[in-house]
Design a protein around this ligand. Structure first.
Ligand SMILES: C[S@@+](CC[C@H](N)C(=O)[O-])C[C@H]1O[C@@H](n2cnc3c(N)ncnc32)[C@H](O)[C@@H]1O
Length: 182
């Protein structure tokens, strides 16, 4: 289907269930490489005038960069990248499939995932429009109750969701926030 990774099926399930993206949206995709979510999002909204800004630690995986996509190589948790995103934002939707490199030690991996998810929530507080939607990946055991409760304050609706495409053995979960409160 022309996508570089199977993770696209997770975003497809999320979109089918929660309709997080719509025509003309400006979308921020955090942890974007190798680019499946970015491509899926851009194919959904591009013809209708939307735009996708993608950020990852890894270099731009697209050659050439498809139209309607801006790629930033960098750490989404740093002030330098935040500044670039503030210039490009605000965004209607923030997607984060970002994950730390796993060590095999579940305690370490979930703790790192929690730090990352919390940083994404802080970015959303800064960059997401009122009424905007957020999808953020988290390793289960990484403080999902606390993060979900923060999202329930921030959004009209906030729910955990485990796509079928997340393989049985995977301990990832997605937190979905719909309709950022004013
Ligand atoms: C599971 S992959 C994302 C797959 C992507 N959604 C796709 O469908 O092609 C996770 C990505 O998160 C990125 N990542 C981890 N920490 C990050 C950070 N602090 N800032 C930006 N990207 C980060 C990694 O480099 C990795 O490419």
């Amino acid at each position: 289907m022309g996508y570089p990774a199977r993770s696209v099926f997770k975003l497809e399930e999320i979109q089918n269930k929660f309709s997080v993206m719509k025509d003309r949206d400006h979308i921020l995709d955090i942890g974007a490489a190798p680019g499946s979510w970015t491509l899926f999002a851009s194919r959904m909204i591009l013809k209708k005038g939307g735009h996708v800004t993608a950020v990852d630690l890894k270099p731009d995986p697209f050659t050439p960069l498809p139209p309607g996509i801006t790629y930033i190589q960098g750490d989404a948790c740093t002030p330098d990248v935040l500044e670039q995103l503030q210039d490009l934002g605000p965004f209607n939707v923030i997607l984060s499939d970002a994950a730390p490199d796993t060590t095999g030690n579940r305690t370490v991996d979930t703790a790192r995932s929690e730090v990352l998810a919390e940083a994404v929530l802080n970015l959303a507080a800064d960059l997401l429009v009122e009424g905007g939607n957020l999808v953020v990946k988290l390793f289960q055991g990484g403080g999902e109750k606390q993060l979900l409760s923060m999202m329930q304050d921030m959004f009209s609706r906030a729910k955990p969701f485990k796509p079928k495409a997340s393989r049985n053995e995977s301990f990832e979960i997605f937190l979905i926030g719909i309709g950022r409160r004013g």
